[in-house]
Design a protein around this ligand. Structure first.
Ligand SMILES: O=C(O)[C@H](O)[C@@H](O)[C@H](O)[C@H](O)COP(=O)(O)O
Length: 322
């Protein structure tokens, strides 16, 4: 095991996580927390040690929510851990409130969820209480090869017993504007029905968002430099000029993403290393337009966990052997 260090540019709390480096050249910043002790705030930017170890996530507790980074040797191990993490949240929310609201993205995430379709999760999870949404969707028919619904259905949803009327696909007969409005109405209805919780500021608070990130740092269909990054009124909006094809999509906005209780950011491969580096090292604070969309995922009160592999974090600290 080895560690590398990055600096975060915002005030942080001492870690509530676990770091037990035995063979590292770099001194870990955080000590093991004292059980029952309360975290103290610091106003200074702190140095964060990131441990490359399969089962020991590093927790970075920020003033607005907590962040964790987990780095896996291989995608297979990531998939195992992601299933365990999701199952734990499923158990928590189904027992606490009788429903589990899960938001999916497209892309490689769906394959990473494959372990949930196997034992023990297939038999043990309360699938009947799952409600499934999309953080973004391409405005195509549901049976189109570009459809995120089709991707998720074929690779995941068709293999688990979630009631079909609790899988909320877009209305694929509508143009982007109408599809976004329709999807926002659907979310509002489920807020009124108490299926989706609500924050104190009246935003929907989904239990878990499972997100991916593009090599350019986009999340959902929120792309670098696009005006949609500044959307603060709508819960769901549309884009007709997506730089990633197909061009017409609907997407949740940042206020909705950031109201989530839990976000898992699943990012693998060397093609994402630059964006991961920018996101986790903070970069220069040059203003909103220079921030990558992934850097705008800042949960109000939630827990944000990165699931990555070695290739994706390879630029975090050059020269550190993993
Ligand atoms: O509809 C989409 O295009 C996706 O929702 C998109 O936001 C995706 O999650 C990222 O591009 C990461 O995709 P990969 O993991 O496949 O790189």
């Amino acid at each position: 095991m080895a560690f590398s260090t990055v600096s975060l540019s915002k005030p942080l709390l001492p870690s509530t996580g676990i770091l037990r480096p035995s063979q590292t050249r770099l001194r870990p910043f955080f000590a093991r927390p004292v059980p029952g002790s309360k975290p103290r705030f610091s106003n200074k930017p702190l140095s964060i040690s990131i441990g490359f170890h399969r089962r020991q996530p590093v927790t970075m507790a920020a003033a607005t929510g907590s962040k964790q980074l987990t780095v896996f040797d291989a995608e297979e191990e990531l998939a195992v851990s992601l299933a365990k993490y999701t199952a734990k949240l499923s158990d928590k929310f189904t027992s606490e409130k009788g429903a589990f609201t899960v938001v999916l993205s497209g892309g490689s995430l769906i394959k990473a969820l494959r372990k949930l379709t196997e034992s023990p999760y297939l038999e043990s999870l309360e699938w009947s209480k799952w409600h499934v949404f999309w953080v973004d969707e391409r405005v195509v028919k549901k049976d189109h090869p570009d459809s995120n619904y089709k991707l998720a259905f074929d690779g995941f949803l068709s293999k688990v017993p979630i009631p079909r009327d609790q899988i909320y696909a877009i209305n694929d007969t509508l143009p982007p504007e109408g599809a976004a409005e329709d999807y926002e109405s659907c979310v509002k209805q489920l807020v009124w029905d108490h299926v989706i919780k609500v924050t104190t500021s009246g935003l929907p608070r989904f239990d878990l968002m499972l997100l991916g990130m593009g090599p350019d740092g986009h999340v959902a269909s929120l792309f670098p430099g696009h005006p949609l990054l500044k959307e603060t009124e709508k819960w769901v909006t549309y884009i007709k000029d997506s730089p990633k094809p197909p061009p017409e999509r609907i997407t949740f906005t940042f206020p909705i993403i950031n109201a989530s209780a839990y976000v898992a950011m699943v990012v693998t491969g060397s093609g994402k290393a630059g964006a991961v580096h920018k996101a986790l090292s903070g970069g220069e604070n040059t203003g909103l337009t220079d921030r990558l969309p992934v850097e705008m995922v800042e949960l109000e009160q939630g827990e944000f966990t990165w699931f990555t592999d070695k290739a994706a974090v390879s630029m975090l600290n050059e020269g550190t052997s993993l």
